[in-house]
Ligand binder design. Structure first.
Ligand code: AHG
Ligand code: MN
Ligand code: MN
Length: 329
């Protein structure tokens, strides 16, 4: 299986050649970004860039560099019409849009607070298509994604992709630089005893989230009758990669501190791509009330509550949210 390179995998599929060009350009961007991340200390790229992005967040030098590499490399794709990046306020149009052209949504560097402490970071992307000639609307539901994926810059560089159907993981082979298929059919186990949430926000949480986490923490003595483990890496890519490997549930819910902003994570380039990957791997992704992929977007940088991972746990959280809403009415 490891003889299967990303290029062979893509060319053996029935994908539009223009989408293959784009996916190869995305993979090349990730390879180049991995080198910048690895060499951050030598290239003077650790630390803050003394700039803020549209979300009001401090940008790291590598956030900007990673964005620029995506722009530079993917601009080679002849049918890529526009880029929507976490680090750029406006949509970047590369050509007059024609029906079937591609739209690329990406988080150039996810978990960038982890850079200076040398923990895993990643890049997240999704691709959608222009609906008709001249159509400059980029705000489509996640259900319209034609593919989604991420790169994880961890102990090894991996590129994880779904074009619908299976979720495939490719590991970059040191030396050749090839992405080789090492994880042909990544699945989220249906059941789990591991959850991921930033518990320092406990005081802000709504009742359904408190109930869920309290019940996990109560372990064998509580209603769940079993022990749970907890992880939080502050890098969504690393959390999702762990969930695709051994199961689990990830929450970044709306809470009293982030509700006015809509939540924390961004719909178009964080929640939607990860939701597609998790659903294709047999898991589920919801706000607590609505499947992430069915949200009608209102802006390119819109934030949403995110609950995703093993199906039974996500369904339990949806039930708790529904019960709470019914009780409140
Ligand atoms: P980014 O680095 O692209 O801004 O994303 C960070 C996100 C996500 O990766 C992670 O799950 C979350 O923010 C971490 O939030 P906390 O700071 O609350 O831990
Ligand atoms: Mn991010
Ligand atoms: Mn980012």
């Amino acid at each position: 299986m490891t003889d299967m390179t990303l290029r062979r995998y893509l060319t053996q599929s029935a994908l539009d050649p223009n989408l293959i060009f784009l996916l190869e350009d995305i993979a090349s961007s990730c390879r180049v970004i991995a080198d910048h991340v690895r060499n951050g200390a030598f290239e003077g790229n650790l630390g803050s860039a003394n700039a803020t992005n549209i979300q009001g967040e401090t940008q790291k030098t590598l956030d900007i560099l990673a964005n620029d590499e995506f722009e530079r490399i993917c601009a080679n794709s002849p049918h890529l019409a526009a880029l929507v990046s976490e680090e750029v306020e406006e949509v970047t149009w590369l050509k007059d849009p024609e029906a079937g052209d591609y739209l690329l949504y990406f988080d150039p560097l996810d978990g960038s607070s982890n850079l200076d402490v040398n923990l895993s970071v990643g890049s997240i992307f999704a691709v959608m298509q222009v609906q008709s000639d001249g159509d400059r609307n980029v705000l489509h539901k996640g259900r319209y994604q034609v593919c989604a994926g991420y790169a994880i810059y961890g102990p090894s560089l991996m590129f994880v992709l779904t074009v619908g159907g299976k979720v495939a993981g490719f590991t970059c082979q040191h030396g050749t630089g090839d992405f080789r298929l090492t994880h042909p059919d990544m699945k989220v186990p249906a059941e789990t005893s591991e959850f991921a949430i930033n518990t320092s926000r406990y005081r802000y949480w709504d009742a359904p989230v408190r109930r869920y986490v309290d019940e996990c923490v109560a372990g064998e003595e509580g209603v769940r009758l079993r022990s749970f483990n907890m992880r939080w890496t502050a890098s969504m890519v690393a959390e999702i990669h762990r969930i695709l490997t051994r199961g689990g549930v990830f929450l970044y819910p709306a809470d009293s501190n982030n509700r006015n902003a809509g939540g924390k994570l961004r719909l178009m380039y964080e929640a939607n791509p990860m939701a597609m990957i998790i659903e294709q791997a047999g898991g589920a992704a919801s706000t607590g009330h609505t499947p992430i992929l069915d949200i009608a977007p209102t802006g390119p940088h819109q934030r949403v509550p995110v609950i995703l991972g093993s199906r039974s746990e996500v369904e339990r959280l949806i039930t708790y949210h529904t019960t709470e809403r019914a009780t409140a009415q």
